[in-house]
Design a protein around this ligand. Structure first.
Ligand code: SAH
Length: 341
């Protein structure tokens, strides 16, 4: 089966050239408003033909958890029964959708719940776009855009699903579609250097974020297997190149883990790593997922950020939203799968 939301409007017009031209636009509007076949006004004969070959609504809401702070965490199911998460965050500078790019993940980061059961499969560009449409419709009028920002920081490694993610970026920024500004999109990667370099050449004006989480390759290898493949120095070089081409400040994510990456030496090494690079460090308090890694206190994290600022590193502590609803990557899915098994 093909998925309609994998197509841009122009591609849809070509694909459906056996139908009157307005049909493609009609279906495209259904995609953007997360409508299903019941809501498509079309004659029975053509409806049957379309249903045979195409999925109109590839995602549906399985469960929603709403946090005290208004953050809504969605468990989404796919046509093949697989499930993944997405989050809608209400913020005063514009709502944000946090999107997954894969069902599961194969990167194996020790602190991350998304990777616990490995990678199941990639999400297609259309499945990602339809998830945006689904959450948009659930948080306001389906015919309007109810969010401003998208962060590719849900489950999965976006650059491990490179082609689909690039296609998704093209679809979601398309003027005839959601028309999201590239400047309002952030993509987080664990640091696949070759893909960062490839991506730089595409000239997207999005914010590139890299999960650093350690200041030496030795320590990084103990929590992030990808560190066996690429060094911090290689990541920094790739980011310098990205900034040169795209003129966008890059972001390091740094999840504070007690006695692993929160020493005074780490602060000094972060200063060295970030020197000469237009970047910001986003410090995050670890959301413990039951493993051996322990979080610092929030006060220790505040102090860590203050020390970074003192030595001239641009850094802030990320406000934690939705903690009471398993807000961190993959936690809700992991819980649900464990219950099902
Ligand atoms: N694979 C990508 C994007 C997904 S993770 C990446 O690695 O960047 C998005 C961010 O959440 C990453 O910085 C990730 O390291 C962080 N994260 C994952 N699990 C976490 C946890 N338990 N507590 C705090 N942050 C976590």
């Amino acid at each position: 089966m093909k998925i309609f939301s994998d197509y841009s409007l122009t591609e849809l017009q070509q694909e459906l050239n056996w139908l009157p031209r307005f049909r493609a636009k009609q279906i495209f509007d259904c995609i953007l408003q997360a409508k299903d076949y019941n809501q498509l006004l079309i004659d029975k004969e053509n409806l049957a033909k379309l249903k045979d070959d195409y999925i109109l609504k590839p995602v549906s809401i399985l469960k929603v958890l709403t946090s005290r702070d208004g953050t809504k965490k969605y468990l989404i199911s796919l046509a093949d029964g697989n499930i993944f998460e997405s989050v809608f965050l209400h913020q005063n500078y514009g709502n944000t959708i946090c999107l997954s790019t894969q069902v599961g993940c194969r990167m194996g980061c020790k602190f991350c719940a998304s990777t616990l059961n490995g990678l199941v499969r990639n999400l297609s560009a259309g499945e990602m776009l339809s998830t945006i449409a689904l959450l948009n419709a659930d948080n306001g009028k389906a015919s309007e855009r109810n969010f401003t920002n998208i962060v590719l920081m849900g489950s999965g490694e976006p650059f491990d699903n490179y082609d689909n993610v690039v296609k998704f970026l093209r679809l979601v920024t398309d003027k005839s579609g959601f028309n999201v500004s590239e400047r309002n999109i952030s993509l987080s990667t664990c640091g696949l250097v070759d893909k960062i370099n490839e991506f730089s050449k595409l000239n997207f004006n999005i914010t590139l974020c890299v999960s650093l989480h350690a200041t030496t390759d030795e320590v990084r290898k103990t929590i992030m297997p990808i560190a066996n493949r690429y060094t911090i120095a290689e990541i920094v070089n790739a980011l310098k190149n990205y900034v040169k081409i795209n003129k966008r400040r890059v972001v390091f994510e740094y999840c504070l883990i007690k006695d692993v990456n929160n020493s005074t030496q780490d602060i000094l090494r972060l200063k060295d790593i970030t020197k000469g690079l237009n970047c910001h460090v986003n410090v995050i308090c670890l959301n413990p997922n039951g493993g051996s890694l322990k979080a610092t206190t929030r006060a220790e994290a505040v102090k860590f950020v203050e020390e970074l600022n003192k030595v001239g590193v641009s850094a802030t502590l990320r406000r934690s939203q939705g903690e009471d609803i398993a807000g961190a990557c993959g936690m809700l899915r992991a819980k649900t799968i464990n219950k099902l098994n």
